[in-house]
Design a protein around this ligand. Structure first.
Ligand code: ADP
Ligand code: MG
Length: 238
């Protein structure tokens, strides 16, 4: 089970506390969006879930196991960033299979996993191309493919669409949700874009200055914002 539990999670950089105690339980297969303005702590929270940042106080666990106690290879997590640097000198196939090659999987198995992911992402016609010969959306799909081939249980996204134009962004939102549904993966998705959060989230964590102002479905937050910030950032003007 890929549940993710945050218990009174705090983060300090030196003497400055930037996450002031966030708690929530994320169900298996749920799509959670962490939304809030720049600098509110979204990436830091996500990086703690990924085990890339230590937890100063409280607990982050995945499938009941504390993240800090899991070996990196046992975390079953994949992360997709805004700057999804693909290797320019490698083909799409090599880019997607690179992590598996590092993990020393046999070539036949790597090829099979890459083929499966390429099919899922409609990248089959592009497997032999270099990244520079792809559109922005195709490159983003390769970045997701690279994550999917590892068959993660938890998918972490940090503003993955920020570099794309508006039209493509709308299309990719649907693609990401569709993919997550089909794979049944638990997802934590960070964005500063309210519309993206409202359209993609099963539940959203509305963050402001290191605190979760409200956690709920888009409809709940929209119709019944619990704080002034949540009302102004997301809610209906009532
Ligand atoms: P967001 O992703 O919402 O824009 P971040 O999580 O990147 O916000 O940052 C939250 C706060 O933590 C900011 O005030 C930022 O300056 C600070 N911060 C982030 N990373 C570090 C770091 N490595 N050292 C010190 N401060 C940091
Ligand atoms: Mg960030």
């Amino acid at each position: 089970m890929a549940t993710v539990d945050l218990k009174a999670v705090k983060k300090r950089f030196g003497s400055t506390e930037v996450i002031h105690g966030v708690s929530t339980s994320i169900a298996d297969g749920e799509f959670i969006v962490i939304v809030g303005p720049s600098g509110c702590g979204k990436s830091t929270l996500l990086r703690m879930v990924a085990g890339l940042e230590s937890v100063s106080e409280g607990e982050v666990s995945i499938g009941g196991k504390r993240v800090n106690e899991l070996e990196p290879m046992d975390r079953d997590i994949a992360m997709v960033f805004q700057n999804y640097a693909l290797y320019p000198h490698m083909s799409v196939r090599q880019n997607m299979g690179y992590g598996l090659k590092i993990a020393k999987l046999p070539k036949a198995e790597i090829d099979r996993k890459v083929d499966d992911a390429a099919k899922l992402l409609q990248l089959e016609p592009y497997l032999d191309r270099r990244p520079r010969d792809l559109s922005g959306g195709q490159r983003q799909r390769v970045a997701m493919g690279r994550a999917i081939v590892r068959q993660p249980k938890v998918f972490l996204f940090d503003e993955p669409l920020s570099n794309l134009d508006a039209k493509l962004r709308v299309q990719m939102r649907l693609e990401i949700r569709d993919l997550q549904n089909r794979l049944g993966i638990t997802a934590l998705y960070v964005t500063h874009d309210q519309v993206e959060a409202m359209t993609m989230a099963d539940r959203m964590i509305v963050m402001n200055a290191g605190r979760a102002e409200q956690i709920g479905t888009p409809l709940e937050v929209y119709e019944r914002p619990q704080t002034l910030f949540a009302a102004q950032f997301i809610g209906s003007p009532s």
